[in-house]
Design a protein around this ligand. Structure first.
Ligand code: AMP
Length: 516
């Protein structure tokens, strides 16, 4: 191998010459210099290396957002292992599945969750369980403190695995999207140019870091530009507004923009130094896009991507690259191939709605230990090129000489609530397991705050009497809160079509106005 294609090496090379400059400033007032990042990731990488786990071992991380969690991600890359972030909202049943499926060598969790997570992990053969808390305590850092603060990054090829992101399956269980060093680095490099990252840019990092948006798009963006991050452990609209005068770039899901618009302090003056507001992960309503323009004088740049592919399309950033068009997710990024096809995978002309398929150096290698699922999600064209089926439905329209993509729906029936993905099939599975439940259907309906609100229709078994709210309460103890239906309707039967499929469109229509 001639060159080390470890993503960490590229990120490290972008650190500014002055390693004593501030790299991250937290909402708790802590400052981390670039030297701190260099040293801490070395110590953590040395600790991971000392465990004598095989190359490619998964490091599963279920902790609250903290700079140390980001350092652990970087250290995992540096040491050549595979990072596996897990949403902290995940509870027992979900974690048991992820640990069983991914077979991590190391699990890192919050100290307060150690009793149940360690029991689960040790029971499934995990050799090492560390703790990491939001306040910089825990056995991970205690142990790392004994290791040297220099470390040579592991040598990696572009297609070596860097991370696994679990995306819930539409039918059945979650799938682990395998992302390589090359997938992530190529995407970060394209975005650095396309979004015109500037010397002196400062990013407000307000997103969770168990997801592609906060972990890759936001963190890689700042790191690859040697840019300072103003770090928020949780999204807080007031804290964001306070930081706007000292920042230049903000990334959020649509829900965050809606919340920010409710802040009186969000003014043109507050945003005067800002260069770029980016939105993604779910559709940005045109009302939000316009309200933002009116209030701040800035046009939100909407982009589109997914765990399996990182970023795929983006509205233009530089004036010379074209117009930012509300309601669209912009043209395909340089290097990304995107087409809209019919049910037989034949490309459709501009303006026609069909399935979105993509290819490019950013597209993942496949689902972890699911070769059949992987094969199902790819299709080959006449030239033998493989295209990934995104599951999104949309169309392409020509505008100013470029092909702008508009997403109109999701063939996979995904619900996006507050920027989080909920797969109806998964929630239905848990509901159907409850006593007295014959079957259920979970759908998303418009919600002013969350974009979509999850609701359920539940059919009781013969002779059973069910209380929808009680079922919801039971579910709360079992699965992540954002997946739990906000309302549950007990019904005698579900509407079905001639093929026996539940007509979810009818259920959605029925409760369209539920949340006003
Ligand atoms: P995830 O893998 O969690 O990032 O979810 C990916 C899915 O989010 C995509 O397949 C889309 O359905 C949706 N998505 C992401 N960005 C956008 C966007 N800008 N507009 C509409 N949907 C989006």
């Amino acid at each position: 191998m001639t060159q080390n294609e470890n993503l960490f090496v590229a990120l490290r090379a972008a650190f500014p010459a002055d390693l004593d400059a501030t790299a991250i400033e937290t909402d708790a007032g802590a400052l981390y210099t670039w030297r701190d990042l260099e040293r801490a990731t070395a110590m953590l990488a040395n600790l991971l290396g000392s465990l004598e786990i095989p190359p490619g071992s998964r490091i599963a991380v279920h902790v609250e957002k903290s700079v140390e969690a980001l350092l652990l991600y970087l250290a995992t890359l540096r040491a050549g292992f595979v990072y596996l972030p897990l949403n902290t909202a995940y509870q027992q049943a979900e974690l048991a599945y992820f640990i069983g499926n991914a077979e991590p060598a190391v699990v890192v969790c919050a100290g307060r969750n150690f009793p149940w997570i360690s029991q689960l992990a040790f029971g499934q053969g995990v050799a090492h369980v560390f703790t990491l808390n939001e306040d910089r305590t825990g056995t991970l850092l205690d142990r790392a403190a004994h290791f040297p603060d220099t470390h040579s990054p592991a040598v990696k090829a572009a297609d070596d695995l860097a991370a696994i992101l679990y995306t819930s399956g539409t039918t059945g269980r979650s799938k682990g999207a395998m992302l390589s060093h090359g997938n992530l680095l190529s995407n970060a490099q394209v975005l650095k140019t396309y979004w015109d990252w500037q010397p002196g840019d400062v990013l407000i990092h307000a997103l969770p870091i168990f997801h592609v948006h906060g972990l890759f798009v936001a963190s890689h963006g700042a790191l690859l530009n040697g840019s300072k991050m103003l770090w928020l452990s949780k999204f807080d609209p007031k804290a964001v507004v306070e930081r706007l005068p000292r920042a230049t770039v903000f990334m959020g899901v649509p829900t965050l923009y809606v919340r920010l618009l409710q802040e009186a302090g969000l003014t043109r003056e507050a945003c005067a130094r800002m260069r770029l507001f980016i939105s993604g992960s779910a559709p940005l309503l045109i009302e939000t896009f316009r309200a933002w323009q009116e209030r701040t004088g800035h046009t939100i740049l909407e982009r589109y991507g997914m765990s399996e592919t990182a970023m795929l399309t983006s509205n233009p950033c530089r004036a010379g690259d074209g117009e930012r068009i509300g309601g669209t997710v912009g043209p395909a990024l340089p290097g990304v191939g995107l087409r809209v096809v019919d049910d037989q995978d034949a490309p459709l002309p501009a303006g026609e709605i069909g399935h979105i398929q993509v290819r490019g150096p950013n597209v993942f290698a496949g689902y972890w230990r699911m070769p059949e699922k992987t094969a199902e999600e790819f299709t080959r064209d006449a030239q033998g090129q493989a295209w990934f089926k995104t599951g999104d439905v949309g169309r392409i329209d020509r505008h100013g000489g470029q092909d702008y993509v508009t997403i109109v729906g999701r063939s996979k029936d995904l619900i996006i609530t507050g920027g989080y993905n909920v797969y109806p099939a998964e929630v239905e599975g848990y509901l159907n397991d409850l006593p007295g439940v014959a079957e259920s259907a979970v759908v998303g309906v418009p919600h002013p705050d969350f974009g979509e609100g999850v609701i359920a229709f539940i059919v009781p078994r013969a002779g059973a009497t069910l209380d929808g709210e009680a079922l919801v309460a039971t579910l709360k103890a079992k699965i992540a809160g954002y997946k739990v239906p906000k309302r549950a309707f007990v019904v005698a039967e579900l509407p079905r079509n001639a093929m026996g499929k539940v007509q979810k469109n009818l259920l959605r229509q029925q409760q369209q106005g539920l949340f006003g």
